[in-house]
Design a protein around this ligand. Structure first.
Ligand code: FAD
Length: 344
């Protein structure tokens, strides 16, 4: 394999309900940085039906090139069809790096492509860099239960591939009116070639809480003692208009559903304010919330590791501290309400 043949950084652009997924925009930001360091072009790969209108956004968020497959066969995501298109494009233009969001679609597609090429794939990456001279992608992720960060290299194959968690990379500020080169591709694929058929899409009836979009998260841990004790977290979150987060032990105890879990095997969050109440501060939890704007920890153990990761710490019993906070916040909100003539 001659590595000289492989040039450029690519981002697979994921489209959901007609819009580009935020993680793809974040990856364009990360990809731009890698491409600049290497002195190569950044491309976005768009696959779908009636998606040409999204090309402008890709350019505004940093891409130089957009590879576009706009065909009815790509109306719904299916592993086989998307894989064929991306493989065709990758074999033709030979990028050195391809990045995917670590979403269910991104993980599914990246693993299928890596197997077929074949090449290496680093899953669930949280940091990305590239060696300027060799072009070796340095994809880092927590390993061994989150106790160390491992930097994984793919020395023998190209392209190098990684899936990257949402919310860990920063999207660029969009540059309005920025344009680039559009390369339209056609995949000669017939419906009968694809074994998977999408018969119906049934949307989940219960609305899942998106803790990764919350500005304020009140997260509780095993220190709350029981599901009843955990209600205190809901009460504080209610008063603040925040969203409830939890440690894995709380989720495993069945006090709350998994999509509230923050951390390595949960969601990565970056709210403006993060309360960690009765949470010890295990590394697997910290990796999921360390980039929050203001971290406030409440723990009865002054030596709890969470106090090494917070901006503001209160050593005390959550059942004494949190009711006081709720009272104070309620009073402050009432004062605001009076001050603003009934509006908060
Ligand atoms: P504990 O560690 O039991 O801590 C409870 C804390 O509450 C203690 O610090 C205690 O001092 C304090 N406390 C007790 N009573 C009170 C009180 N009355 N008032 C105030 N404080 C009190 N964990 C995650 O959270 N997210 C993950 O995504 C995740 N992924 C993992 C992946 C792997 C591969 C592994 C091995 C582990 C993972 N974990 C994860 C688990 C993690 O290692 C910890 O076990 C977990 O985070 C601990 O949860 P906790 O802090 O709620 O409980």
């Amino acid at each position: 394999m001659d590595f000289q043949d492989y040039k450029g950084v690519w981002v697979f652009i994921e489209v959901n309900d007609g819009s580009i997924s935020p993680v793809s925009l974040e990856l364009l930001g990360a990809g731009r940085r890698l491409a600049d360091k290497r002195g190569v072009e950044l491309a976005g790969v768009l696959i779908g039906e009636k998606i040409k209108r999204l090309v402008a956004t890709i350019f505004e968020y940093g891409a130089d090139i957009a590879y576009v497959f706009d065909q009815p066969i790509f109306k719904h995501y299916r592993t086989e069809s998307f894989m064929k298109a991306l493989l065709q494009c990758s074999n033709k233009y030979k990028p050195e790096i391809i990045l995917f969001g670590a979403t269910s679609t991104g993980k599914d597609l990246a693993s299928a492509i890596a197997t077929d090429l074949p090449t290496g794939l680093t899953a669930d990456t949280t940091e990305l860099d590239v060696e300027e001279e060799t072009g070796l992608l340095l994809a880092s992720r927590p390993a061994f239960g989150g106790n160390i960060m491992a930097t994984i290299l793919c020395k023998k194959y190209r392209p190098q591939m990684a899936t990257v968690r949402a919310k860990v990379m920063k999207a660029l500020t969009p540059e309005s009116g920025k344009t680039g080169k559009i390369v339209e591709e056609i995949c000669l694929l017939k419906e009968e070639d694809i074994r998977t058929k999408v018969l119906e899409i049934v949307k989940a009836t219960t609305k899942k809480v998106r803790i990764d979009e919350a500005d304020i998260i009140v997260a509780g841990g095993k220190g709350l003692g029981s599901q009843e004790g955990f209600q205190l977290i809901h009460e504080l979150a209610n008063v603040l208009g925040g969203t409830v987060g939890a440690s894995r032990d709380v989720v495993e105890a069945g006090w709350i559903e998994h999509h509230h879990q923050v951390g390595q095997t949960g969601v990565t969050v970056t709210p403006k304010i993060y309360f960690a109440i009765g949470i010890s501060g295990a590394i697997q939890h910290i990796v999921g919330m360390k980039n929050s704007g203001l971290i406030i920890a409440i723990n009865s153990d002054k030596d709890a590791p969470i106090f090494q990761a917070c901006h503001c710490g209160i050593v005390g019993d959550a059942f004494k501290v949190v009711p006081l906070l709720i009272e104070q916040f309620q009073q402050a909100l009432l004062r605001e309400e009076v001050h603003h003539g009934g509006k908060i």
